[in-house]
Design a protein around this ligand. Sequence first.
Ligand SMILES: CCC[C@@H](CC(=O)O)C(=O)C(=O)O
Ligand SMILES: [Zn+2]
Length: 332
Amino acid sequence: MASASVVDSQLNEVATKVKQYHFPVESIPRLSYDDPEAERLIRNEEPVILTGTNLVASALQWSPEYLSNNIGHGTYTVYSSKNHKFLYYDDKKICKVPTFTPPTTHQDMTFQDFLNKVTEWKEGEPYNYLQQSLNDSVGPQIVQDFAAFNWKWISDERAKNNWGALTSNLLLVGMDGVVTPVHYDEQQNFFAQVHGFKRFLLFDPSMFGCLYPYPVFHPHDRQSQVDFDNPDFDRFPRLRELKGRQAILGPGDVLYLPVYWWHQVESVPGYGMTVSVNFWYKSGPTEKIVYPLKPHQKVAMMRNIEKMITEALNNPEEVPPLLQDMVLGRYT
Ligand SMILES: CCC[C@@H](CC(=O)O)C(=O)C(=O)O
Ligand SMILES: [Zn+2]
C-alpha cells in the first residue's frame, strides 16, 4: 500500500495530466477526517476530500487481480459503451420516450470474464465498466475485507448529519479512461477510491440552469444534456456561465459528494484500471424550511412540478407546449 506522501506526489502529477474544459475549476479542500473544517463542510452539505478515514483501508489490496482471485464466481453487471462515456439511463422510463436508444448495453458476467475482456481489449473495441452493488455473493476474503471497513466512522457521520439509511455500496471497476458524464444523484454519497486515480468535476446545485438536465420523465433524468467535449453554446447558452470544482482522488481518499451536486467522474487516462466503492445514503428530512430556499431545495421543487404536470397531462408530449405557454414571453 502506497504511503500518504507517495499518493500526494502522484496526485500532483495526475493534476497536470487531466483534461481541461471551457469552464474554470477550483480545487475541493483536501482535509484530514478529524479536521473541524471537514466536519463543518459536511454539515453544510459542501464537498470535501477526506484523508485518514481508513474507511476502506481493508480494501486497499483490491487490485483487479486480487478481486478476480477472491471475489468468487458470482456474476456482476458490466456496462459496455462504444466510446469511453457511460451515460446512465433508467430502463423504467424508456416507455415514455419511444424514440430513445440506449447509449450503453449491459450484461451479467463473472469478474474473471470481465477482467479477461479488459486485458484482451483492443483499440476500437467497446469499453467496459463493472458497476454492481456489493452483495453476499462475494467470496469469504472479500466479505472479511468489507466487514473491516471503518463502519464506526461512517455510521457516526451518518448519525451526526441526520442522514437516512445506507441504501447501497456500489463496486465500480473501470477501464483506463472511462467517464461517467455529468449528472446529479438524490442521495448523499461518501465515495471511496480504492485503486487507481479518479478525477471528479463538481458543480453546485445552483448550476442547474447552466447544465440543462433531461426532463424528469426522460430515461436520462438527472443527467445533463451537455457534452463537455463538444459544448453546444447555441443550444445551451448558459453553459458559458459554468463554474466548476475539481477533486482528484487516489487510493484511500474519500470524497463527500453532497446530494444534488452535479458531478462528472473520469478514470484518469494513462493511470490504469480503477476500483471504487461508493456509500449512498438517503438524505435526511428537511428539519424546517428556512428562506430563502437553498438551490438544492429549488431543484427538488422543480422536479416535483415536472412530475405533477407530466402525471396530470398523462402524455409526455404535451409537457413542453404547456410549459412553454406558461413561461415564454411571460417569465422570460
Ligand atoms: C454509477 C455510479 C458511478 C459514480 C461515478 C464513477 O465512479 O464513475 C457516481 O456517479 C456516483 O458514485 O454517484
Ligand atoms: Zn453519481
